[in-house]
Design a protein around this ligand. Structure first.
Ligand code: ATR
Length: 295
């Protein structure tokens, strides 16, 4: 059904530092249209010193839902009235929900990542071994989700070891049964760890548009064909990392599904509506058409 903009149309949207290529407006506006909700989802490109004002706007204009993307996922936390526990522990959030003037922070990337693996990839991560490349904000969410799903062993490789160390220290306290190991990105143990892993997940920005000829993996690394290679990047749809993994026979997945499922989760938090798998599949098809058209 078509939704016309009129005097009662509500505004929701996303704030970020570089969101001109964001697919969130497409995903959310499709959902709004499908459920005939009289709202319009807009992208707002902002700078760090505007976060405070934006949060005041959310209250003043009674904006019901606002998504948050890089690089503000961590910084915005201190402006919330309440933070859902897992978002607090991860230290990053991507969704503001306005509940009668009280602003709540959530991290729907966790659910987005888990559902992308479970529903589409039909991958159970319980008891498995995972390698995570990167230790930034995205990595923190992925590692937290892996720990929640009882992954047996997680090896984090990052350029800056201190950031990996911080995750290890904090998460060990939350998840004492998960073996968290940390290494520098150049550590020669990487091949051995990859040989014993089920999942190899890139959370770094290396290989994303426009720097598409970068690869987070050192040149000499061989990716075994039994591994699942997952890149959080969705533009390009197949990064150099994924192309290499595919060539070596591994199963591959990009960040498109996670993006779609985190959007669905944010939408559900606000509306209480849980889109059916049929609706979600339609949404994913639309998103993939868009991803392909920009590549
Ligand atoms: P995000 O929220 O997307 O995770 P981020 O917090 O800035 O963004 O994290 C970016 C990740 O990509 C980090 O792991 C970063 O490594 P450092 O912790 O050493 O900064 C990694 N990264 C970015 N550029 C990189 C590069 N040129 N080489 C290696 N790692 C890089």
């Amino acid at each position: 059904m078509k939704t016309e903009i009129n005097g009662e149309t509500g505004t929701i949207g996303i704030i970020g530092g570089n969101i001109k290529k964001s697919l969130s407006p497409l995903l959310h506006n499709e959902l709004l249209k499908y459920y005939s909700l009289n709202n319009c989802y807009l992208p707002f490109q902002i700078s760090e010193n505007q976060i405070k004002v934006i949060v005041e706007w959310i209250r003043a204009l009674n904006i019901k839902e606002m998504n948050v993307t890089a690089p503000f996922k961590e910084k915005i936390i201190s402006f919330m009235d309440n933070i859902e526990e897992s978002a607090f522990r991860v230290g990053a959030m991507n969704t503001v929900i306005n509940k009668n003037g009280i602003l709540w922070g959530y991290n729907t990337d966790l659910e987005g990542f888990k559902r992308s693996l479970q529903v589409e990839g039909k991958m159970d991560i319980k008891g498995k071994n995972a390698i995570v490349l990167g230790a930034g904000g995205a990595a923190r969410a992925i590692i937290y989700a892996l720990c929640e799903e009882n992954t047996k062993e997680i090896s984090i490789f990052n350029r800056t070891l201190d950031k990996a160390k911080k995750i290890q220290k904090e998460y060990r306290a939350f998840f004492p049964n998960c073996l968290l190991q940390i290494f520098s990105l150049e550590d020669r143990i990487m091949q051995d760890k990859i040989n014993h892993a089920d999942f190899l997940i890139n959370t770094t920005s290396l290989g994303s548009y426009p720097n598409i000829d970068l690869n987070p993996l050192p040149e000499n690394i061989i990716i075994p064909d039994y591994i699942m290679a997952y890149d959080l990047i969705y533009n390009p749809a197949k990064t150099l990392f994924l192309r290499k993994a595919e060539k070596e026979g591994a199963k591959i997945m990009n960040g498109g599904l996670m993006l779609a499922y985190q959007a669905v989760e944010s939408f559900s938090l606000w509306t209480g509506i849980e889109p059916s798998q049929k609706v979600i599949n339609k949404l994913i098809r639309k998103m993939n058409e868009e991803i392909i058209s920009v590549n």
